[in-house]
Design a protein around this ligand. Structure first.
Ligand code: SF4
Length: 423
Protein backbone atom coordinates (compact mmCIF):
# COMPACT_ATOMS: atom_id res chain seq x y z
CA UNK A 1 0.00 0.00 0.00
CA UNK A 2 1.13 3.55 -0.67
CA UNK A 3 -0.39 7.02 -0.28
CA UNK A 4 -1.07 8.46 -3.70
CA UNK A 5 -2.86 11.72 -4.39
CA UNK A 6 -3.85 11.68 -0.69
CA UNK A 7 -5.56 8.25 -0.91
CA UNK A 8 -4.28 4.93 0.36
CA UNK A 9 -4.06 2.60 -2.64
CA UNK A 10 -2.61 -0.73 -3.69
CA UNK A 11 0.77 -0.43 -5.31
CA UNK A 12 1.84 -2.69 -8.15
CA UNK A 13 5.29 -1.23 -8.74
CA UNK A 14 8.41 -3.03 -7.47
CA UNK A 15 11.39 -1.02 -6.30
CA UNK A 16 14.61 -2.73 -7.42
CA UNK A 17 17.52 -2.42 -4.99
CA UNK A 18 20.92 -3.83 -5.84
CA UNK A 19 22.19 -6.80 -3.87
CA UNK A 20 25.74 -7.13 -2.60
CA UNK A 21 26.91 -8.97 -5.71
CA UNK A 22 24.98 -6.91 -8.21
CA UNK A 23 26.51 -4.25 -10.43
CA UNK A 24 24.45 -1.75 -12.39
CA UNK A 25 25.52 -3.44 -15.62
CA UNK A 26 24.57 -7.01 -14.66
CA UNK A 27 21.55 -6.39 -12.38
CA UNK A 28 18.53 -8.37 -13.60
CA UNK A 29 15.49 -6.18 -14.14
CA UNK A 30 12.34 -8.32 -13.77
CA UNK A 31 9.29 -8.04 -16.00
CA UNK A 32 6.34 -5.93 -14.90
CA UNK A 33 6.34 -2.49 -13.35
CA UNK A 34 9.79 -1.83 -11.95
CA UNK A 35 11.42 1.24 -10.45
CA UNK A 36 15.15 0.80 -11.07
CA UNK A 37 18.08 2.62 -9.43
CA UNK A 38 19.46 5.49 -11.50
CA UNK A 39 22.78 3.67 -11.93
CA UNK A 40 20.98 0.69 -13.49
CA UNK A 41 19.06 3.04 -15.77
CA UNK A 42 22.32 4.69 -16.80
CA UNK A 43 23.98 1.34 -17.57
CA UNK A 44 21.07 -0.41 -19.27
CA UNK A 45 19.31 2.56 -20.82
CA UNK A 46 19.50 1.12 -24.34
CA UNK A 47 17.17 -1.79 -23.50
CA UNK A 48 15.11 -0.30 -20.68
CA UNK A 49 14.00 2.80 -22.58
CA UNK A 50 11.68 0.73 -24.79
CA UNK A 51 9.67 -0.56 -21.81
CA UNK A 52 6.41 1.18 -20.97
CA UNK A 53 6.51 -0.03 -17.38
CA UNK A 54 9.76 1.46 -16.21
CA UNK A 55 10.40 3.92 -13.41
CA UNK A 56 13.63 5.17 -11.87
CA UNK A 57 14.71 6.13 -8.38
CA UNK A 58 17.38 8.61 -7.37
CA UNK A 59 19.59 8.27 -4.31
CA UNK A 60 19.90 11.41 -2.17
CA UNK A 61 23.39 12.09 -3.56
CA UNK A 62 22.28 11.93 -7.20
CA UNK A 63 21.13 14.81 -9.36
CA UNK A 64 17.72 15.53 -10.87
CA UNK A 65 19.38 17.14 -13.91
CA UNK A 66 20.86 13.79 -14.95
CA UNK A 67 17.33 12.67 -15.85
CA UNK A 68 16.36 15.73 -17.83
CA UNK A 69 16.65 14.13 -21.27
CA UNK A 70 14.66 11.06 -20.26
CA UNK A 71 11.80 12.49 -18.22
CA UNK A 72 9.14 11.57 -20.77
CA UNK A 73 10.06 7.88 -20.46
CA UNK A 74 9.18 7.50 -16.78
CA UNK A 75 5.72 7.02 -15.36
CA UNK A 76 7.20 7.14 -11.88
CA UNK A 77 10.28 8.81 -10.48
CA UNK A 78 11.11 7.96 -6.89
CA UNK A 79 13.49 9.74 -4.55
CA UNK A 80 15.09 7.75 -1.76
CA UNK A 81 15.34 9.06 1.80
CA UNK A 82 18.02 6.88 3.40
CA UNK A 83 17.21 8.32 6.80
CA UNK A 84 14.65 10.66 8.28
CA UNK A 85 17.05 13.57 8.76
CA UNK A 86 18.50 13.54 5.23
CA UNK A 87 16.91 16.54 3.48
CA UNK A 88 18.61 16.28 0.09
CA UNK A 89 15.60 14.49 -1.40
CA UNK A 90 13.49 17.64 -0.98
CA UNK A 91 15.80 19.57 -3.29
CA UNK A 92 15.76 16.78 -5.87
CA UNK A 93 11.95 16.77 -5.89
CA UNK A 94 11.75 20.54 -6.13
CA UNK A 95 14.19 20.54 -9.06
CA UNK A 96 12.23 17.85 -10.88
CA UNK A 97 8.92 19.66 -10.52
CA UNK A 98 9.95 23.29 -10.88
CA UNK A 99 13.14 23.45 -12.89
CA UNK A 100 12.65 20.42 -15.13
CA UNK A 101 8.85 20.43 -15.29
CA UNK A 102 8.34 16.73 -14.54
CA UNK A 103 4.57 16.02 -14.50
CA UNK A 104 4.40 12.29 -13.69
CA UNK A 105 4.17 10.51 -10.36
CA UNK A 106 6.85 11.63 -7.93
CA UNK A 107 7.26 9.20 -5.09
CA UNK A 108 9.11 9.38 -1.76
CA UNK A 109 10.64 6.05 -0.73
CA UNK A 110 12.86 4.91 2.14
CA UNK A 111 12.64 6.39 5.63
CA UNK A 112 9.34 8.18 4.96
CA UNK A 113 7.43 9.09 8.14
CA UNK A 114 4.38 11.12 9.06
CA UNK A 115 6.38 14.16 10.22
CA UNK A 116 7.89 14.70 6.75
CA UNK A 117 4.71 14.27 4.73
CA UNK A 118 3.46 17.84 4.81
CA UNK A 119 6.80 19.23 3.63
CA UNK A 120 7.28 16.51 1.04
CA UNK A 121 3.99 17.34 -0.66
CA UNK A 122 4.98 21.00 -0.67
CA UNK A 123 8.08 20.32 -2.79
CA UNK A 124 6.12 18.24 -5.29
CA UNK A 125 5.79 14.65 -4.06
CA UNK A 126 2.37 13.20 -4.80
CA UNK A 127 2.97 9.64 -3.63
CA UNK A 128 4.57 8.20 -0.54
CA UNK A 129 5.79 4.68 0.23
CA UNK A 130 5.79 5.03 4.00
CA UNK A 131 7.95 2.89 6.25
CA UNK A 132 6.56 -0.63 6.55
CA UNK A 133 6.67 -0.70 10.35
CA UNK A 134 4.48 2.42 10.66
CA UNK A 135 0.71 2.80 10.35
CA UNK A 136 0.03 4.20 6.86
CA UNK A 137 -3.35 5.66 7.95
CA UNK A 138 -1.63 7.60 10.72
CA UNK A 139 1.07 8.76 8.28
CA UNK A 140 -1.53 10.11 5.86
CA UNK A 141 -2.78 12.54 8.52
CA UNK A 142 0.61 14.25 8.23
CA UNK A 143 -0.45 15.70 4.87
CA UNK A 144 -2.83 17.97 6.74
CA UNK A 145 -0.60 18.97 9.64
CA UNK A 146 -0.85 22.66 8.69
CA UNK A 147 -3.79 24.38 7.03
CA UNK A 148 -1.77 27.25 5.57
CA UNK A 149 1.85 27.76 4.56
CA UNK A 150 3.68 31.05 4.24
CA UNK A 151 6.30 30.20 1.64
CA UNK A 152 5.80 29.58 -2.07
CA UNK A 153 6.62 26.05 -3.24
CA UNK A 154 5.64 23.41 -5.81
CA UNK A 155 2.10 23.02 -4.48
CA UNK A 156 1.45 26.77 -4.45
CA UNK A 157 3.66 29.17 -6.35
CA UNK A 158 2.40 32.21 -4.40
CA UNK A 159 3.61 33.13 -0.92
CA UNK A 160 0.88 34.00 1.57
CA UNK A 161 1.06 37.75 1.02
CA UNK A 162 -0.03 37.24 -2.61
CA UNK A 163 -2.63 34.51 -2.08
CA UNK A 164 -5.87 36.42 -2.04
CA UNK A 165 -9.00 35.25 -3.80
CA UNK A 166 -11.38 37.91 -5.01
CA UNK A 167 -15.16 38.04 -5.03
CA UNK A 168 -17.02 39.62 -7.94
CA UNK A 169 -17.57 42.92 -6.07
CA UNK A 170 -13.88 43.27 -5.50
CA UNK A 171 -13.16 42.41 -9.15
CA UNK A 172 -15.55 45.17 -10.17
CA UNK A 173 -13.66 47.56 -7.95
CA UNK A 174 -10.40 46.47 -9.55
CA UNK A 175 -11.89 47.01 -13.02
CA UNK A 176 -12.81 50.53 -11.95
CA UNK A 177 -9.25 51.12 -10.84
CA UNK A 178 -7.95 49.77 -14.15
CA UNK A 179 -10.27 52.16 -16.01
CA UNK A 180 -9.14 55.04 -13.83
CA UNK A 181 -5.49 54.19 -14.46
CA UNK A 182 -6.01 54.07 -18.23
CA UNK A 183 -7.75 57.47 -18.01
CA UNK A 184 -4.75 58.95 -16.14
CA UNK A 185 -2.37 57.52 -18.77
CA UNK A 186 -4.53 58.99 -21.54
CA UNK A 187 -4.56 62.39 -19.89
CA UNK A 188 -0.79 62.38 -19.41
CA UNK A 189 -0.14 61.33 -23.01
CA UNK A 190 -2.61 63.83 -24.50
CA UNK A 191 -1.70 66.87 -22.41
CA UNK A 192 2.00 66.48 -21.65
CA UNK A 193 3.61 64.70 -24.59
CA UNK A 194 6.37 63.53 -24.73
CA UNK A 195 5.71 61.38 -21.65
CA UNK A 196 8.04 58.75 -20.14
CA UNK A 197 7.38 55.91 -17.75
CA UNK A 198 10.15 55.21 -15.20
CA UNK A 199 9.94 51.43 -14.95
CA UNK A 200 11.58 50.13 -11.76
CA UNK A 201 10.55 46.57 -12.72
CA UNK A 202 8.70 46.02 -9.44
CA UNK A 203 5.22 44.47 -9.39
CA UNK A 204 3.40 47.81 -9.70
CA UNK A 205 5.53 48.87 -12.63
CA UNK A 206 4.86 45.60 -14.43
CA UNK A 207 1.11 46.36 -14.18
CA UNK A 208 1.80 49.76 -15.73
CA UNK A 209 4.02 48.20 -18.40
CA UNK A 210 1.14 45.95 -19.38
CA UNK A 211 -1.41 48.77 -19.46
CA UNK A 212 0.88 51.15 -21.37
CA UNK A 213 1.71 48.45 -23.94
CA UNK A 214 -2.01 47.83 -24.45
CA UNK A 215 -3.45 51.33 -24.30
CA UNK A 216 -0.75 54.01 -24.72
CA UNK A 217 2.28 52.50 -26.49
CA UNK A 218 3.34 56.05 -27.41
CA UNK A 219 4.45 56.54 -23.79
CA UNK A 220 8.19 55.85 -23.74
CA UNK A 221 9.56 53.48 -21.12
CA UNK A 222 12.95 53.42 -19.41
CA UNK A 223 14.73 51.72 -16.50
CA UNK A 224 17.78 52.71 -14.49
CA UNK A 225 20.53 50.12 -14.29
CA UNK A 226 22.43 51.14 -11.16
CA UNK A 227 25.07 48.47 -11.72
CA UNK A 228 24.03 46.85 -8.43
CA UNK A 229 20.75 45.18 -9.45
CA UNK A 230 19.97 41.55 -8.57
CA UNK A 231 20.20 38.91 -11.30
CA UNK A 232 16.42 38.40 -11.26
CA UNK A 233 15.89 42.02 -12.27
CA UNK A 234 18.20 41.65 -15.26
CA UNK A 235 16.28 38.49 -16.20
CA UNK A 236 13.07 40.50 -16.12
CA UNK A 237 14.53 43.29 -18.28
CA UNK A 238 15.24 40.64 -20.90
CA UNK A 239 11.77 39.11 -20.52
CA UNK A 240 10.07 42.50 -20.92
CA UNK A 241 12.00 42.96 -24.15
CA UNK A 242 10.66 39.67 -25.49
CA UNK A 243 7.11 39.96 -24.13
CA UNK A 244 6.16 43.49 -25.15
CA UNK A 245 6.33 45.29 -28.45
CA UNK A 246 7.36 48.59 -26.84
CA UNK A 247 11.08 49.24 -26.24
CA UNK A 248 12.61 49.57 -22.77
CA UNK A 249 15.51 52.00 -22.76
CA UNK A 250 18.14 51.42 -20.07
CA UNK A 251 20.10 54.30 -18.52
CA UNK A 252 23.43 53.74 -16.75
CA UNK A 253 25.18 55.93 -14.15
CA UNK A 254 27.93 58.33 -15.16
CA UNK A 255 31.08 56.25 -14.72
CA UNK A 256 33.22 59.18 -13.51
CA UNK A 257 30.72 59.93 -10.74
CA UNK A 258 30.57 56.31 -9.65
CA UNK A 259 34.35 56.02 -9.60
CA UNK A 260 34.62 59.17 -7.52
CA UNK A 261 31.91 58.03 -5.11
CA UNK A 262 33.60 54.65 -4.63
CA UNK A 263 37.01 56.19 -4.08
CA UNK A 264 35.55 58.53 -1.42
CA UNK A 265 33.17 56.13 0.35
CA UNK A 266 34.21 52.60 -0.64
CA UNK A 267 32.30 50.14 -2.82
CA UNK A 268 29.69 49.57 -0.08
CA UNK A 269 29.95 53.02 1.55
CA UNK A 270 26.16 53.36 1.55
CA UNK A 271 25.95 51.32 4.76
CA UNK A 272 27.89 53.95 6.70
CA UNK A 273 25.32 56.74 7.01
CA UNK A 274 22.03 57.99 5.54
CA UNK A 275 23.90 60.78 3.79
CA UNK A 276 26.40 58.40 2.27
CA UNK A 277 23.58 56.12 1.15
CA UNK A 278 21.69 58.98 -0.44
CA UNK A 279 24.90 60.01 -2.17
CA UNK A 280 25.14 56.57 -3.75
CA UNK A 281 21.46 56.69 -4.75
CA UNK A 282 22.06 60.10 -6.26
CA UNK A 283 25.00 58.96 -8.36
CA UNK A 284 23.46 55.67 -9.46
CA UNK A 285 19.79 56.69 -9.74
CA UNK A 286 18.99 60.39 -9.53
CA UNK A 287 21.60 61.65 -11.95
CA UNK A 288 20.66 59.09 -14.66
CA UNK A 289 17.00 59.88 -13.98
CA UNK A 290 17.66 63.54 -14.70
CA UNK A 291 19.08 62.59 -18.08
CA UNK A 292 16.13 60.29 -18.82
CA UNK A 293 13.62 63.06 -17.99
CA UNK A 294 15.37 65.80 -19.88
CA UNK A 295 13.10 67.40 -22.50
CA UNK A 296 10.00 65.44 -21.41
CA UNK A 297 6.60 66.93 -20.54
CA UNK A 298 5.69 64.43 -17.81
CA UNK A 299 6.83 61.23 -16.19
CA UNK A 300 4.89 58.29 -14.82
CA UNK A 301 5.65 56.15 -11.78
CA UNK A 302 4.08 53.10 -10.14
CA UNK A 303 3.98 54.57 -6.65
CA UNK A 304 1.04 53.70 -4.41
CA UNK A 305 -0.18 55.67 -1.43
CA UNK A 306 -0.16 52.75 1.03
CA UNK A 307 3.37 51.60 0.19
CA UNK A 308 5.18 53.58 2.87
CA UNK A 309 4.84 56.32 5.43
CA UNK A 310 6.78 58.55 3.05
CA UNK A 311 4.07 58.17 0.36
CA UNK A 312 0.88 58.92 2.33
CA UNK A 313 0.34 62.36 0.78
CA UNK A 314 0.86 61.41 -2.87
CA UNK A 315 -1.48 62.77 -5.55
CA UNK A 316 -2.48 61.38 -8.97
CA UNK A 317 -0.71 64.24 -10.63
CA UNK A 318 1.44 67.09 -9.40
CA UNK A 319 4.22 69.30 -10.67
CA UNK A 320 7.59 67.80 -9.82
CA UNK A 321 9.60 70.82 -8.76
CA UNK A 322 12.90 68.95 -8.55
CA UNK A 323 12.75 67.67 -12.09
CA UNK A 324 10.74 70.51 -13.65
CA UNK A 325 7.93 68.50 -15.23
CA UNK A 326 4.55 66.98 -14.39
CA UNK A 327 4.54 63.70 -12.50
CA UNK A 328 1.73 61.10 -12.61
CA UNK A 329 1.06 58.25 -10.16
CA UNK A 330 -1.74 56.31 -11.89
CA UNK A 331 -1.72 53.42 -9.38
CA UNK A 332 -2.16 55.73 -6.43
CA UNK A 333 -5.26 53.96 -5.03
CA UNK A 334 -4.27 50.40 -5.86
CA UNK A 335 -3.64 47.99 -2.99
CA UNK A 336 -0.99 45.29 -2.99
CA UNK A 337 -3.78 42.76 -3.62
CA UNK A 338 -5.05 44.73 -6.61
CA UNK A 339 -1.58 44.62 -8.12
CA UNK A 340 -1.19 40.86 -7.72
CA UNK A 341 -4.71 40.09 -8.85
CA UNK A 342 -3.99 42.01 -12.06
CA UNK A 343 -0.65 40.23 -12.58
CA UNK A 344 -2.30 36.82 -12.14
CA UNK A 345 -5.34 37.65 -14.23
CA UNK A 346 -3.40 39.02 -17.22
CA UNK A 347 -0.35 36.76 -16.85
CA UNK A 348 2.03 39.68 -16.58
CA UNK A 349 5.75 38.80 -16.25
CA UNK A 350 7.16 39.75 -12.86
CA UNK A 351 10.40 39.69 -10.90
CA UNK A 352 10.89 36.20 -9.46
CA UNK A 353 12.29 37.69 -6.25
CA UNK A 354 8.69 38.51 -5.33
CA UNK A 355 8.18 34.76 -4.82
CA UNK A 356 10.95 34.82 -2.21
CA UNK A 357 9.36 37.49 0.03
CA UNK A 358 10.78 40.56 -1.62
CA UNK A 359 7.64 42.75 -1.97
CA UNK A 360 9.73 45.86 -2.71
CA UNK A 361 12.76 45.61 -4.99
CA UNK A 362 15.86 47.69 -5.47
CA UNK A 363 19.62 47.20 -5.61
CA UNK A 364 20.88 43.82 -4.38
CA UNK A 365 22.98 45.09 -1.44
CA UNK A 366 20.17 47.33 -0.17
CA UNK A 367 17.23 44.94 -0.44
CA UNK A 368 16.40 41.85 1.56
CA UNK A 369 13.40 39.58 2.04
CA UNK A 370 10.85 40.33 4.75
CA UNK A 371 9.25 38.10 7.35
CA UNK A 372 5.50 37.73 8.11
CA UNK A 373 4.05 40.85 9.72
CA UNK A 374 6.79 43.21 8.58
CA UNK A 375 6.04 46.38 6.66
CA UNK A 376 6.07 45.93 2.89
CA UNK A 377 9.14 48.18 2.54
CA UNK A 378 10.95 46.77 5.58
CA UNK A 379 13.38 44.99 3.25
CA UNK A 380 14.65 48.26 1.73
CA UNK A 381 17.60 49.95 3.51
CA UNK A 382 16.61 47.96 6.58
CA UNK A 383 19.30 49.60 8.70
CA UNK A 384 17.63 53.04 8.42
CA UNK A 385 14.52 54.65 9.97
CA UNK A 386 11.33 54.35 7.84
CA UNK A 387 11.19 58.16 7.46
CA UNK A 388 14.46 58.26 5.51
CA UNK A 389 13.68 55.38 3.17
CA UNK A 390 13.53 56.99 -0.24
CA UNK A 391 16.21 56.79 -2.88
CA UNK A 392 16.00 60.39 -4.03
CA UNK A 393 13.91 59.64 -7.12
CA UNK A 394 10.72 60.66 -5.34
CA UNK A 395 11.54 63.15 -2.58
CA UNK A 396 11.29 66.88 -2.18
CA UNK A 397 14.02 69.26 -3.18
CA UNK A 398 14.96 70.15 0.40
CA UNK A 399 15.89 66.62 1.40
CA UNK A 400 17.91 66.14 -1.73
CA UNK A 401 19.74 69.40 -1.55
CA UNK A 402 22.70 68.21 0.53
CA UNK A 403 23.33 65.14 -1.63
CA UNK A 404 23.03 67.06 -4.87
CA UNK A 405 25.37 69.78 -3.77
CA UNK A 406 27.92 67.17 -2.78
CA UNK A 407 27.65 65.45 -6.17
CA UNK A 408 27.93 68.74 -8.02
CA UNK A 409 31.08 69.30 -6.02
CA UNK A 410 32.36 65.84 -7.00
CA UNK A 411 31.39 66.46 -10.61
CA UNK A 412 33.31 69.73 -10.70
CA UNK A 413 36.36 67.90 -9.37
CA UNK A 414 36.11 65.15 -11.95
CA UNK A 415 35.48 67.24 -15.07
CA UNK A 416 31.88 66.04 -15.45
CA UNK A 417 29.85 68.84 -16.96
CA UNK A 418 27.92 70.59 -14.22
CA UNK A 419 24.66 70.72 -16.15
CA UNK A 420 24.49 66.92 -16.15
CA UNK A 421 23.83 66.79 -12.44
CA UNK A 422 22.18 70.10 -11.83
CA UNK A 423 19.63 70.18 -14.64
FE1 SF4 B 1 23.47 52.60 -3.96
FE2 SF4 B 1 21.93 51.02 -2.45
FE3 SF4 B 1 20.98 53.32 -3.51
FE4 SF4 B 1 21.50 51.19 -5.05
S1 SF4 B 1 19.93 51.36 -3.44
S2 SF4 B 1 22.00 53.27 -5.52
S3 SF4 B 1 23.37 50.38 -4.07
S4 SF4 B 1 22.58 53.08 -1.95
Amino acid sequence: MIIKNRDIVDDDWNVLRLGENDTPENAAVPDGKVIVPFKVWESQRGTLRHRADIGVWLASNERAEDLQNDLAVFRVIAVDFPKFADGRGYSIAYQLRNRLGYQGELRAIGDVLRDQMFYMQRVGFDSFATRQDKDIHEARKGLKDYSISYQASSDNASPLFRRVERGSDEMNTLQQKINQTIAVLQQAALEFSPVVFANSLGAEDMVLTDLIAKYRPDIQMFSLDTGRLPKETYDLIQEVRKHYAIPLQVYFPNNALVEEYVSQHGINGFYDSVESRKGCCFVRKVEPLRRALKGKGAWITGMRRDQAVTRGTLEFSAFDVDNGLQKFNPLLDWSNNDVWTYIRQYEVPYNKLHDQFYPSLGCAPCTRSITPGEDIRAGRWWWENPESKECGLHVSSTSLKASRERIIEIASQTNVEKHEVSA
